[in-house]
Design a protein around this ligand. Structure first.
Ligand code: ADP
Ligand code: MG
Length: 598
């Protein structure tokens, strides 16, 4: 049976659906169609554009309407002429095997008499824009006193466009017993007012995530080496000359440093953090509000209360410790219905945090590239040119004009423009002339979970772990640590082989997934504990090529091929920054002190 048949659609509609090539109902169709077919009810459906709303109300409408009667039985209100025509065409397509069904479109900018004639011939369904509909009612060219169904399509848009009065007036000409079906992408106050006023106990359906307002924020990340963070920040600012942004850092110190460097480099920036006096903070906020500061560099705590509209960009100079904090940060932009961009400057070692955030915010990040020097120079040039064009002329200059003319005499217009632009643009050009590309290529593994070794299908699996004697382990205590962490039984971990700075151990393959999952983002004392499937099933048996190098290496790296590779990935940015970041451990002790932040 066809999936649309299951929803209860009859023969003629199924045929049309097949002709249109629809294979499966969309979510809003799946939810709305059975309700609308089976019940005489009001309905509020929240779904974004492009989710198939037209068919969600169109199919039930066609099936319920009596095509033998010429009375107007349904009115669909839609915000624009284009949508009105689009809906009309879709419904005509859906109803192509439904004999005798007439759909008429009523919209402004076309002959009202032609439209009136079409209605007179008998239109069971009218699709209209509110303005023209009101017009036709005033001139008694339509009769909607007997309609049984009224659809308010894109209700939020209609109200945005100021059709509230028209809609209420149109509805006052319709019978009380009709069913009203309201479709909208969002549910602002005005829409719920309409729903309360004109609908009776509507069934509510929501498709996808409920509108949260943060839909206006686009999330982007820029993969750069950790040591290039600041350069990347500057380029992002240069590529957005009109930026009005909050730049988030993790610590007060970084906040202060980044702000100072920006100021030194000629940006209008300011720092906001807890080490400033209340007075200083007030001053900074005042400058920010009045746009004297374009880039406010802030800690999470200090920025908590910021309620400045029109922030164009939130820049995550560093990612926060907690995923939730990201939501608060990005919420500083995209306010009051404006759109905004939340950018993350991220080293490869933290790319998985982006994936964790995506799960929480239920939105995908766009992987973007730091603009190249040429792109930035172009943007700046255009910006400068339009700034010159839009600059109000200072009349005081008239006084000096003869002298200026003297100096500039003999230079033609084109040359003069070139020179003028060069004055301002020289700084940029010189800076970017030899600037290197900051972008880091994202590895395939970055997109997926990082599991270098292949997982066998049966038997034992040998793992590598980046702790060893140097961390105070022997085979017994490492085994205990793994058992405690994983809640393993007595004999689940075996063949434990502890080396100086790393170790190997085995488990049954049944534990592999859980084990890798647990250690995917496992941090202890501010340091990542990394477990991977060993590329060498007898790893630790003394046959590894790279062994000699281990002794000379400090820190937590060194060891076999497999691990070398992954540590390089992880530490591509600022070498071992994660390992050293003491402030992020917040008292976590080695045993039982795990912090699963992402
Ligand atoms: P909305 O009103 O929610 O913005 P539309 O009703 O205009 O969305 O549908 C968007 C597009 O998807 C249209 O071209 C429509 O023909 C098509 N469409 C609708 N339902 C389906 C379906 N079940 N399968 C495939 N395409 C569909
Ligand atoms: Mg639509």
């Amino acid at each position: 049976m066809n999936k649309f048949e299951i929803l209860g659609l009859d023969e003629q509609l199924i045929q049309a659906v097949n002709d249109m090539g629809f294979e499966t109902p969309s979510e809003v169709q799946e939810k709305a169609i059975p309700i609308l077919l089976d019940q005489e009810t009001d309905l509020v459906a929240l779904a974004q554009t492009g989710t198939g709303k037209t068919a969600a109300f169109g199919f039930p409408l066609i099936q319920k309407i009596n095509a033998d009667s010429r009375t107007t039985q349904a009115l669909i209100l839609s915000p624009t002429r284009e949508l009105c025509l689009q809906i009309t065409n879709e419904i005509k397509n859906y109803a192509k095997y439904t004999k005798g069904l007439n759909v008429v479109a009523i919209y402004g900018g076309a002959s009202i008499t032609d439209q009136a004639k079409q209605v007179k011939r008998g239109a069971q369904i009218i699709v209209a824009t509110p303005g023209r509909m009101q017009d036709m009612i005033n001139r008694s060219l339509v009769n909607i006193t007997k309609i049984e169904y009224c659809v308010l399509d894109e209700a939020d848009e209609m109200l945005n466009m100021g059709f509230y009065e028209d809609i209420t007036s149109i509805l006052s000409h319709t019978p009380d017993e009709k069913n009203t079906w309201l479709f909208s992408a969002t549910m602002p106050k005005e829409v719920s007012t309409i729903a309360k006023k004109f609908m009776y106990k509507p069934i509510e359906i929501t498709v996808g995530a409920k509108n949260s307002g943060s839909d206006t924020v686009q999330h982007e990340y820029y993969l750069v080496s950790g040591r290039d963070r600041y350069l990347a920040l500057k380029r992002l600012a240069d590529a957005n000359p009109d930026i009005f942004s909050v730049v988030f850092c993790r610590t007060k110190r970084d906040t202060q440093n980044v702000a100072e460097k920006l100021i030194e480099d000629g940006y209008s920036a300011g720092a906001l953090h807890g080490d400033l006096s209340q007075n200083q903070r007030d001053m900074v906020m005042k400058s920010f509000r009045s746009r004297q500061i374009q880039m406010l560099v802030a800690t999470d705590v200090a920025a908590r209360g910021i309620d400045v509209d029109d922030v164009t960009h939130v820049i995550n100079y560093q990612l926060p410790d907690e995923v939730e904090t990201y939501t608060h940060r990005s919420g500083r932009t995209g306010r009051a219905g404006k759109s905004g961009i939340s950018m993350v400057i991220v080293p490869k070692s933290e790319i998985r945090k982006i994936r964790s955030i995506e799960k929480i915010i239920k939105k995908q990040f766009i992987a973007k590239k730091i603009p190249t020097n040429i792109e930035i120079c172009e943007i700046q040039l255009y910006h400068l040119a339009s700034k010159i064009k839009n600059t109000e002329i200072n009349e005081e200059i008239d006084h000096y004009l003869p002298a200026i003319n003297d100096v500039l005499s003999g230079i033609d217009r084109e040359e003069l423009i070139k020179k003028m632009v060069s004055v301002e643009f020289g700084r940029f050009f010189n800076y970017y002339k030899n600037a290197k590309d900051l972008n880091v290529v994202e590895s395939k593994e970055g997109r997926r979970s990082q599991e270098p070794g292949k997982i066998p299908t049966s038997g034992d699996v040998r793992y590598f772990i980046n702790v060893g004697e140097r961390d105070g382990y022997d085979w017994r205590s490492l085994k205990d640590f793994l058992r405690d962490t994983m809640d393993f039984g007595r004999d689940d971990v075996f063949k434990v082989d502890v080396k100086e700075s790393f170790s190997f151990f085995n488990t049954d393959v049944a534990h592999t997934e859980a084990l890798l999952g647990m250690f995917k983002d496992f941090k202890l004392d501010g340091r990542f504990i990394n477990v991977e499937i060993s590329s060498n099933p007898s790893g630790g048996g003394g046959r590894r090529r790279n062994r000699g190098g281990d002794r000379n290496r400090r820190g937590n790296s060194g060891g076999g091929d497999r691990r070398n590779r992954s540590n390089r990935d992880r530490r591509d940015g600022k070498p071992s920054s994660d390992f050293r970041r003491k402030d992020s451990s917040k008292g976590g002790s080695f045993r039982g002190g795990k912090k699963k932040r992402y």
